[in-house]
Design a protein. Structure first.
Length: 283
């Protein structure tokens, strides 16, 4: 009897400790989200999302150009990084060999750990200097380089979760290797691949250092993909370092918008992955 009571007491204590550890783990996120909400929510209004920035010293204005510019940069990053990343992940997952896959996997792991400011300097040297000016293309290229190894790694990991018997069944029915990959393996791991792409886009959405050397900034609407463009990270950086209180409030509000976008993308990616896992179990 005493042993049973003791066991229940230990279980209760462990439950409390586990709950406290979980709370501590999420406390930084809750603190950041709460601070951004308190500091920036008051500046959120319709004009903030639809108007251009106003000249120094004037109050009001918005960040419409930065929102659109960030969308442009993420689109270019996806065009640069997603196709190569998915193909690289398919190669690592589906094709044999030792030397080349090892080198590709090692290069992807190394590229993930490279500081983003180094990627910015690289993009500045290979894109900005030859073009002679900053541009959205250069910024998208820099973010695409950061995106590429993340997509490669995620694609490989999700494709490796596809059951081997699916591949073997397709091959046994006479389908070739590439046809098996295209018609069986990729559809089975599609939700996971999409999840990895969304998480990678959320990862690069807040990068600031590469944009300092590539896209730079534009206080107005960009006239084209070959021109400098504004972005949320750069605007937050500029406004937070300014001497104007109104700019400080807008920087907090822009940071809240950026964090909200990242959280939304993470939620969507989790829903996509959960739907794919449920469909796989049902099959």
């Amino acid at each position: 009897m005493n042993r049973l009571i003791w066991r229940k007491a230990v279980n209760a204590v462990m439950s409390v400790v586990t709950a406290l550890c979980a709370l501590i783990a999420v406390a930084p996120l809750l603190f950041v989200l709460g601070l951004l909400t308190v500091k920036g929510a008051s500046s959120l209004n319709w004009a903030f999302f639809t108007k251009l920035p106003v000249p120094v010293g004037e109050t009001g204005g918005g960040i419409a150009n930065a929102i659109v510019g960030s969308g442009q940069l993420l689109l270019l990053a996806a065009l640069f990084g997603v196709p190569l990343g998915v193909l690289g992940g398919i190669y690592l997952s589906e094709f044999g060999g030792w030397a080349v896959p090892f080198f590709v996997r090692y290069a992807a792991d190394l590229l993930v750990s490279v500081p983003s400011i180094v990627i910015g300097i690289f993009a500045y040297a290979v894109v900005v200097l030859p073009m002679g000016h900053f541009s959205a293309l250069a910024g998208g290229f820099a973010l695409g380089v950061i995106l590429l190894p993340i997509v490669v790694t995620n694609t490989e990991q999700f494709l490796r979760t596809v059951p081997v018997w699916l591949r073997e069944s397709s091959l046994a029915l006479g389908a070739g290797h590439w046809k098996t990959i295209v018609s069986v393996v990729i559809p089975s791991g599609l939700q996971g691949i999409l999840t990895g792409i969304l998480l990678a886009l959320a990862r690069v959405a807040g990068e600031t250092a590469p944009l300092l050397f590539t896209a730079f900034n534009n206080a107005y609407w960009s006239r084209g993909w070959n021109q400098p463009v504004s972005s949320l990270p750069y605007m937050i950086y500029t406004y937070a370092l300014s001497a104007y209180e109104d700019w400080h409030r807008q920087a907090w509000a822009a940071a809240l918008v950026l964090l909200g976008f990242v959280l939304l993308v993470n939620v969507i990616s989790r829903l996509v992955l959960a739907r794919g896992m449920a469909a796989r179990r049902a099959a």
